[in-house]
Design a binder for this molecule. Sequence first.
Ligand SMILES: NC(=O)c1ccc[n+]([C@@H]2O[C@H](COP(=O)([O-])OP(=O)(O)OC[C@H]3O[C@@H](n4cnc5c(N)ncnc54)[C@H](O)[C@@H]3O)[C@@H](O)[C@H]2O)c1
Length: 321
Amino acid sequence: MKYLITGAAGFIGMNVSKKLIADGHEVVGIDNFNDYYSVQLKRDRHAELEPLPAYTGIELDLRDVDALKALVAEHAFDGVCNLAAQAGVRYSIEHPEVYQKSNLEGFLTVLEACRHADPQPRLVYASSSSVYGGNTKLPFSESDPVNTPISLYAATKRANELMAHTYSHLYGLQTVGLRFFTVYGPWGRPDMAMWLFTKDILAGKPINVFNNGDMQRDFTFVDDIVQGVVASLTADGLAPYEIFNLGNNNTEQLMDMISTLGAALGAKPEMTMLPMQPGDVAATYADISLAVEKLNFSPTTPISVGIPKFVEWYKGYHGIA
Ligand SMILES: NC(=O)c1ccc[n+]([C@@H]2O[C@H](COP(=O)([O-])OP(=O)(O)OC[C@H]3O[C@@H](n4cnc5c(N)ncnc54)[C@H](O)[C@@H]3O)[C@@H](O)[C@H]2O)c1
């Protein structure tokens, strides 16, 4: 089978592309290599894919309507996996316009390209646990109301789900939205807490801990997420419009994550306790029963296993003994 992965130089996109190729598929990857975080990291991830004969990489912005339409028309993809987006809750507080461009205009372009392709591919796209906003009923279930996003990032991800619904309804496009819960692991993102903490602990600096550490997250190891994404692209028996939570189904106290990270780094983290940041939510926790039933999703990696794997990769990548 042949798949288009957008955001292929990103954290999840690179890991998904690698797995699809290892499973015998062909992948065309696109990315605009923007400088939201280290472009070198994106180039290094992409360098993992470029030598693979089943991979074709193209530097392209999602909003290049003509190029994307031509690409999708030319290849007759079995599936398109839209992982390209402006990620990050906190950045959206100060830079809303970037989210409009990549997450709304860019997503519309992807929908249009898929709609006009013949045959139409299945469209799998990244949503986020942040669509649950300030919901307090835990664990979060796909049937819960999601009408109260508390960041523009979350609002764009919810908008993507609604846009996908329209395209499924009007044009028969099969769409699968994936609400990812705090993904971490090798080749991770430098703007996320685990990376920031690791960097500061190794530099002997105190880490910034928000909401005085009173946070819970459903940390999900990247290999488990990849299994769910690949199943979303390949599974039989899915409805024309689907939304799935992809999390670890096991929420962790932030302070437990910090002590597990400290142990993996062989250091006792010093902490600066700070108030809650705007846009952030106190707790995330995924009910994954729907993904278990329809995607055979089975996350298996607790943080006691995943965090040491991240630390080992982080040290290797940065040449730290
Ligand atoms: N990592 C997580 O914990 C998490 C949680 C929830 C949702 N998500 C979503 O999953 C997806 C992948 O996340 P990630 O962690 O791999 O992020 P990432 O930032 O590492 O990857 C996104 C990639 O998309 C590319 N990109 C951004 N805008 C683009 C555009 N307009 N055109 C082409 N390429 C563009 C970026 O250069 C980047 O390489 C995103 O949609 C993100 O919002 C991630």
